[in-house]
Design a protein around this ligand. Sequence first.
Ligand SMILES: Cc1ncc(COP(=O)(O)O)c(C=O)c1O
Length: 423
Amino acid sequence: MSNNIEWKNRANNAVSAAVANAYNIFVAKAKNAQLWDIEGNRYIDFGGGIGTLNTGHCNDKIITAVKEQLDKFTHTAFAITPYPQYIELAEKLNQLVPGDFAKKTLFVTTGAEAVENAIKVARIATKRLVVISFVGGFHGRTMLTLGLTGKIKPYKVGLSNFTNDIFHAPFPKNKETFSQMQQYFENLFKADIAPEDIAAIIFEPVQGEGGFYSIYPEAVKWIRDLCNKHQIVMIADEIQSGFARTGKLFAMEHFNIAADIVTSAKSLAGGFTLAAITGRAAIMDAPVPGSLGGTYAGNPVAITAALTTIEVMQQNNLPQRALKIGEQIESVINKIKSRVPQIKEFRRLGAMAAIEFYDPTTHEIDSAIVTKIQQLAINDGLIILSCGYGNVIRFLVPLTIEDSILTEGLNILEKSILTAANA
Ligand SMILES: Cc1ncc(COP(=O)(O)O)c(C=O)c1O
């Protein structure tokens, strides 16, 4: 019989060491918020495929729709012989993405590709090159998106020298960092680049990999005004924050401000590979016909999954469910906080929740305690993800999780935190 250790050894021999695994458990099957490994062990999944499974593993409706599509056709290449589902989903996203203006959408396969294409569109539409992104932001692992990503380790190690066309501003997560950001722009415009030479400003409404920091609402308004004044394209990267996670379908809805382009992926298609770029029609139409797309872009199976995923989200009111899940997580942390001085902060927007740890004496970040919590939790059958600099636990639990499983998972988490903290 094969076991996890055996597969780990085979992985070590066969797979590039650059592809690391958070856990050495090899999956045999998964359903909603639970998965089982090849040894028959059961786990509660609070990681949801890094935020891809807001509708859970193998949602019945999504799987049925996908199976029906598999019997019809799996691929034609939309650029050669198109199919109606692609257009239906584009119409749906044009309607759902915030912004009271005409929109158009195009589909690609991964989040990084969505960001790449958003930048291409912005550069072509404005005939400018420079892009501003934010320190701590994450936009993907391709060469352009690595440039935009505001974090060296581990993503840019060995590759950290990118072009001068990208500048990283401090991320405005509160009043203080908002004023640092304003100062940064003032200096930038004085010393390096005129605002009318900037093609785009791209930000995550809630930084994902960076540590689950919500953007300061006044900063969104400030960036919007700056973009309006200088015809800069405002891009909201909703790849992790989108599709009900924060209590709204898109996190930008919390600010009542519309970006010119929104990128989405992950939970858009309930575990199938699909990403979208949705934006102002005039901007989206700027590239010449044939210049955007790709062989697999807008795969019909993934498109079908996405159409059903959106239905499932709306029918089950997942934004509302996200609020409830967020509250439940918060109540557990509130209960134990006073016994765990290593908890620096708990923060959340809806169910996009995170616990940050530090050394209460030195105030240095504490990633060791997060590793310990993860080890204790996995021993009891709970998968949790970290982010930031390994010092933050983030929750990306499926929003369809059953109440009893959520409670069971939170009990394991509580016990693991208390044990790791010796509380
Ligand atoms: C905000 C954000 N943008 C872009 C990406 C890149 O997506 P992908 O890994 O599908 O290329 C991610 C992935 O975590 C993300 O969280």
